[in-house]
Design a protein around this ligand. Structure first.
Ligand code: ARG
Length: 417
């Protein structure tokens, strides 16, 4: 009996062709594994398609809950945004898919796992690092990385092998990856960074001109950095994110378009839709402003960037991750409370926040009645805080006209520099 490979099967052209190609090239039986991460596709037809093409078995795992609990919430708690822009939807899903591939491979005694990534993206790196870390003995097959075909060649191969592609491979002008945390849209006309993303690139978000004029107010409740309720209604993570994607998408929130530095060294133009992620990241950060000290916030920003890079570059299964996460978790102990946001015409604005752990003191902040701040003590504070600057200015800054000019240039004529 031939050995077995477990293939991460999306139902698209590449992995469909792979179901036929792998047995031919490697003499392995294929188990197709389709993982539901909230991509809203009807999965049963995908499963049947895998069998029709020739998979020995076709399995489906609903991993939405695990995805939210193990990948999305920690990333939210970390405020993870790659290069300040990308909420990491695709990147966060990869380690979970890798883990499930390995689990299924073990259950079925497979000798290999396979995925449909190309040889120039981040996803192959994330899969291969994760899989080889979890299961160094499993062979990794990446058919698309081996092929030298273009799309036409691939379709020709499929037709020669009797694959009825027309029935199920819909031709999209883009390469799209979807899960609950966002849609990633690449290639086609988007490869020209000067071209504005056409409307057909978007599915979850309305164009601004079609969004309601009336704002939608929404209250988001967090417990230890994790959102647990919308407008007072407690929801599980999958439901909360799904609803928020709809609500915020309706208001045109969460379109992202940037030039991204891939781990493999390429700059690429990336377009995303992430309505729920955009709102939750905004709200979560605001609640941290209320409940964390200045030092915690500053240091957490460093950790946040490190965390985002770690996820992006595919180093999920590392002790570095475990250490970063320990810090992030510790910071979230008091990040409990409610944030009120206003969604309107493409933007999400925080307009209110409250927390039982709030560090905000109206008595200290007020300019009105009830002010408890000791104004006289400010004198001593300034005396000490400014001391070093005064000592140095007297010795070095004031005697040096050049240094002074550098930081306070004399007035120039308008239009000159
Ligand atoms: N640039 C993003 C990332 O590396 C999105 C990748 C999208 N993947 C895809 N198969 N379309 O995470």
């Amino acid at each position: 009996m031939p050995d077995t490979v477990v293939l991460a099967y999306s139902g698209g052209l590449d992995t469909s062709v792979a179901i036929r190609w792998i047995p031919e090239k490697y003499g392995l039986d294929v188990i197709a594994l389709t993982i539901d991460l909230g991509n809203e596709k009807d999965i049963e037809p995908i499963r049947r398609r895998a069998l029709a093409i020739g998979a020995k078995e076709a399995l489906v795992i609903d991993a939405r809950d695990d995805f939210v609990r193990a990948c999305v919430w920690p990333a939210l708690q970390a405020n993870a945004l790659y290069e300040g822009k990308y909420p990491l939807a695709t990147a966060l899903a990869r380690p979970l898919i890798a883990k499930l591939l390995v689990d299924v491979a073990r259950e079925h005694g497979a000798v290999a796992v396979a995925h449909g990534c190309t040889g120039k993206g981040n996803d192959q790196v994330r899969f291969d690092i994760s899989i080889s870390t979890l299961a160094p003995d499993l062979r990794i097959i990446a058919p698309v990385r081996e092929w030298t075909w273009n799309r036409e060649d691939e379709i020709a191969y499929a037709e020669q092998h009797g694959l009825d592609l027309g029935a199920f491979v819909k031709t999209s002008p883009y390469s799209v990856d979807v899960n609950l945390w966002g849609r990633s849209i690449e290639s086609g006309v988007l490869e020209d960074p000067w071209v504005e993303p056409p409307e057909d690139a978007f599915l979850w978000t309305k164009p601004i001109e079609q969004t309601p004029l009336t704002p939608r107010y929404l209250e988001i409740e967090f417990e230890q950095g994790i959102p647990v309720a919308l407008d007072g209604e407690r929801l599980d993570g999958v439901e909360l994110i799904s609803r928020l994607n709809k609500i915020a998408g309706e208001h045109g929130i969460g379109r992202i378009d940037h030039i991204e530095n891939r781990f493999v060294g390429i700059k690429s133009r990336e377009v995303y839709e992430a309505p729920a992620a955009t709102v939750l990241l905004e709200a979560h950060r605001d609640l941290e402003q209320l409940t964390l000290s200045k030092e915690q916030q500053r240091f957490k920003q460093l950790v946040s960037r490190e965390f985002a890079d770690m996820v992006y570059n595919g180093f999920w299964f590392t002790m570095h991750h475990a250490d970063l996460m320990a810090y992030v978790q510790s910071t979230q102990r008091f990040v409990t409370g409610t944030v009120r946001v206003r969604l309107n015409r493409g933007s999400c604005t925080v307009v209110g926040r409250k927390s039982p752990n709030s560090l905000y003191s109206e008595a200290l902040a007020t300019y009105g009645r009830g002010d408890q701040f000791n104004h006289q003590a400010a004198l001593g504070f300034i005396e000490i805080a400014g001391m070093a600057a005064r000592v140095q200015a007297a010795k070095q800054l004031l005697p040096s006209a050049e240094s002074l000019r550098a930081i306070m240039p004399p007035k120039t004529e308008p239009g000159t520099h």
